[in-house]
Design a protein around this ligand. Sequence first.
Ligand SMILES: *[C@@H]1O[C@H](CO)[C@@H](O)[C@H](O)[C@H]1NC(C)=O
Ligand SMILES: *[C@@H]1O[C@H](CO)[C@@H](O)[C@H](O)[C@H]1NC(C)=O
Ligand SMILES: *[C@@H]1O[C@H](CO)[C@@H](O)[C@H](O)[C@H]1NC(C)=O
Ligand SMILES: *[C@@H]1O[C@H](CO)[C@@H](O)[C@H](O)[C@H]1NC(C)=O
Ligand SMILES: *[C@@H]1O[C@H](CO)[C@@H](O)[C@H](O)[C@H]1NC(C)=O
Ligand SMILES: *[C@@H]1O[C@H](CO)[C@@H](O)[C@H](O)[C@H]1NC(C)=O
Length: 776
Amino acid sequence: MHAKSILWIVLCVSAGGGSQLDYGYDGEEYEDWTQGPVNCSTTEAVKGGQVTYSQGGLEGSVLSYHCSPGQYPHPLSYRLCGPDGDWSPMRSASGRLVSHATCRDILCPAQLQLDHGDIWPRNQWFRVGATQSFSCQEGFTLYGSAQRNCTLTGGWTGLTPICDNHAEDCSDPGIPPGAQRSAGPFQVGQKFSYSCQTGLDLLGSAERVCLENREWSGSMPRCLGRNTYDSPSDVAKAMTGSLAGLMDVLSPEEKKTIAEKSFARTFNVAKGSRMNVYILLDTSGSIQRKDFEKSRNATIALIEKLDSYEVKLKFHVLSFASEAKDIVDITESEISGSTDDVIWNLRNFNYHSHGEKTGTNLYAALQRVNEVMSYFKENSAQYHFNETQNVIVIATDGFSNTGKDPQIALLKIRNLLGYHSMSSEQKDETLLDVYAFGIGEQVNKEQLNALASQKSGETHVFFLKDYETLGEVFNSIISDKSVTMCGVAQEVTPEDGVKAYTNPWHVTVVTGTSLSCFGSILSQNWVLTAAHCFARASTDRVSQQVQIEHGDGMAVSKAVVLHPQFNIRALKHRNVSEFYDYDVALIQVNESIPLSWKARPICLPCTVPASRAMKSVNTNCQQHRKALLPHQQTEASFINSHRNPKRRVTHIQTQAQRQSCVEKARQVIHEPTDVRLDEYVTDRFLCSGGSSGYKDAVSCKGDSGGSLFLQQKNRYFQVGVLSWGITNVCDPANRGKYSSEDPPPNARDFHIDLFQIMPWLKQHLGEEIQFLPDVD
Ligand SMILES: *[C@@H]1O[C@H](CO)[C@@H](O)[C@H](O)[C@H]1NC(C)=O
Ligand SMILES: *[C@@H]1O[C@H](CO)[C@@H](O)[C@H](O)[C@H]1NC(C)=O
Ligand SMILES: *[C@@H]1O[C@H](CO)[C@@H](O)[C@H](O)[C@H]1NC(C)=O
Ligand SMILES: *[C@@H]1O[C@H](CO)[C@@H](O)[C@H](O)[C@H]1NC(C)=O
Ligand SMILES: *[C@@H]1O[C@H](CO)[C@@H](O)[C@H](O)[C@H]1NC(C)=O
Ligand SMILES: *[C@@H]1O[C@H](CO)[C@@H](O)[C@H](O)[C@H]1NC(C)=O
C-alpha cells in the first residue's frame, strides 16, 4: 500500500543531485547528514488514534496512523521517513500542508435523489449507525430497501431504493447514495448521466443508455469517498456472483462426489468451460516486501478457489514494475494448466527481481497479455480460442506512471476478441472480464475504473484498504454448497442431423389415463407440473404411478404433491364448473435424474442458483421478479406439443397490461353466476398472449404443466406453469383455421405465477435447492 508518489518525489529529488535547496538545508546540516543517518522521530501522534513505525524510524521506514473502526486518519494514513530524518509532509486534498494528523469520523454519503419517492431525513452525510428511510409515490412500487443504515465502512446496509411503475421501455436502474442523475424518460435510445457529490469518486458507468433489448448499457455506478473502501464481504459477494456465473460452476463438494461421472465430461463441451486467467501483480517499488507476500498469498487463495470448480483453467501470472515479468507463462501448458505448478512458481518468485525499478507500467503488463492472447488466436483451433473465457485480474496499489496508456493495450485485447465498440456496451463481451483491485489510498480510481469491465448488474472494480483485505476477499469467494448449472441449454445448431437439446428441463408426464402433460425439471429429484393432470382437488388421492419422459430416458414417480389449495370444484356451487387456482404439482422421482445435456434443471427464481445464473448474488426475491419480468409486456416462451415439441414465443402481460389480457377470460365464465373475473383469474395467474405489435403464440390442450420461461444472460428461468387457455387452437374443429402460432385475436393463456407460490416450493424443495432468505 505504500506511498508511491511520495517515494517517487524523493527519488527524483535525489537523482537531481542532492538538491539541498529543495529541502532547505544549509551547509552545516548537509555536513551532519554525511556523518551518519538521522532517524525520523518516533514520537509522532495522531489525535484519537495510535502510531506504529516500521524499522524504528530509520530512513525508508514507514509511519502508520491507526484509528478505531468508524474513523479514518486525516489527511493520510502513512508517511515515509526521508534521508533528511523528516517524515514526508502531509497535505490535505486541497494541497494545503497539514501539521497534525487526526482521526476523523467516517461518514456515509446520503441518498440524495429518489425519483417518484420520498427520502427522510434529507441530509448530505450520515454518521455511522444512522438510518435513512424511503417510500414511493402512489402507483410506484419500491424495490430495494425501505430503510438503510450507515455502516462502519462508510457504506449502507441493504439495497439501493428504486421507485418504478414499469411504464417505460427500460426500468429505472436506480440512483446510488451520493449521486445525482439527469431525468428520464427511459425510452429506447435515451441516455442519461450520473454525477457524484464533491469528494466522492464515481465508479462504474457515468453514462447509461436504454438499449434496443430494453436493458441498460454499462454497469451501475457508485460513489466512493476517498477514505472509504469496499467491504471484503461485499466484494466477495460481487465477485462470487460475477465469477461463478461466468464459470457455470459446480460446487467443490459436488465435484468430489461425482468427479468422474459423465456430468464432468459435459463441461468440456460447455460454452465458457475453458477459462484463461491472467493475474497482474504490481511489484513496483512502492510495494513493501510484506505487502508483496500478502498479495502473493491472496493470489494463491484465488487460484485455489478457482481450481476447486470443474472448469478447465490455465493461468498466466505476471508481475509488473517498470516492465512486466512472467511468473507463470500461460503458453507453457504443462505448467499453466497445473494449479500446483502455478502456485509453486508463484511462491518461488523473487520479489527483488525487478531490481530498483520503481515505475508502474500497467501498459507493459496488459501488452504482455495481448501478446499471448494473439498467439492463442493465431493457433485458435488448438487453443479453442473462440470458446475460452478470458479473465484478467489486476491488483495494484498505485497508478500507471510509465509506459503508454494501459487503455491502448486493453483495446488491442478487446479487438482480438472481436469487441470493437468503443461505447460502454460491454454486456456482449461474453469472453472477456477485467477485474481491477485498487489497494490503499494512492490508487488512481479513475484509471482502474476505466480499465475494469462494465457489465450490467455486475461490478468489476473494487477498492480495498490493504493487501490483507484482498486475501480475505479471495478466501471467501465462491464457497456455497448448492449445485448450480440450472437453465443451461444447447442452442439450436444449423447443421442438419445434429440434434440440439434446447429445452433439457422439459419433460412429458404420462399419467396412465388418456391425459398427458408436460413438466419441468427443477432439481434432480423434483419435477414441476400442473395439478389438474392428476386430480380434481388436492384432497383426491393420487395413487397411480406416473412416468416422466425426459431427454435422457425415463423416471417414475415416488410421490406426487398437489398444492393444498388446488380444487377444481371450488366454485361449483356458484355455477363455475372448473377453477384452476393453485394448479401446480410437484413430482418426486424414484431415483435422481442423471444430469446431462439432454436432462437438466431450469433455474427457479428466488433461489441462490438463479442468482448466480443472473450473476448477481446480493439480491432478493422481489428483485428476481423485477429482473425477470421487467416490462409490462415481457417476451417469454412455452413449449407447444402438436406432434413435434417446439418453442413458441409469447409475451407475459403484467402491470398496466394485465387487466386487458385477463378481461378476455370473461367469455369462459358462463352466466348465471356471481363469480367475479378477479375471483376466477386470481393473482396467482400470469396472463400471456395478444400483444399489440407481436404475433403471440398460444398453447394447445396437452401443453398443460409445461414451463413458461425466459432467457437472461444465456440461462433459462421458469416464471410460470401453463395451466389453461381460452381457445384450444389445436382442436380438430379449428384445423386449417387456427394454429398455435396463428391464433384467433381473443386467445390468451393463463399460467400459475411461480413468484406467488414460493413458500410452497421452498417447503418441498428447500432441502435440495437453496432459496433466498426472503422466501418464507
Ligand atoms: C536510529 O534508529 C536505530 C534503530 O532504532 C538505532 O539503532 C540508532 O541508534 C538510531 N540513530 C540515531 C542517530 O538516533
Ligand atoms: C438499522 O437500524 C435500526 C435502528 O437502529 C434497526 O432497528 C435495524 O434493525 C437496522 N437495520 C439493519 C439492516 O441493520
Ligand atoms: C503467506 O503464506 C505463508 C504460507 O501459508 C505464510 O507462512 C506467510 O506468513 C504468509 N505471509 C503473509 C505476509 O501473510
Ligand atoms: C473462431 O472465430 C473465427 C473468427 O474470429 C472464425 O473464423 C472461426 O471459424 C471460429 N472458430 C470456431 C471453431 O468457431
Ligand atoms: C425407479 O423406477 C425404475 C423404472 O420403473 C426402476 O427401473 C428403478 O429400479 C427404480 N429405482 C428405485 C431406486 O426404485
Ligand atoms: C346457478 O344457476 C342457477 C340456474 O341455472 C341459478 O338459479 C342460480 O342463481 C345460479 N347461482 C348463482 C350463484 O349465480
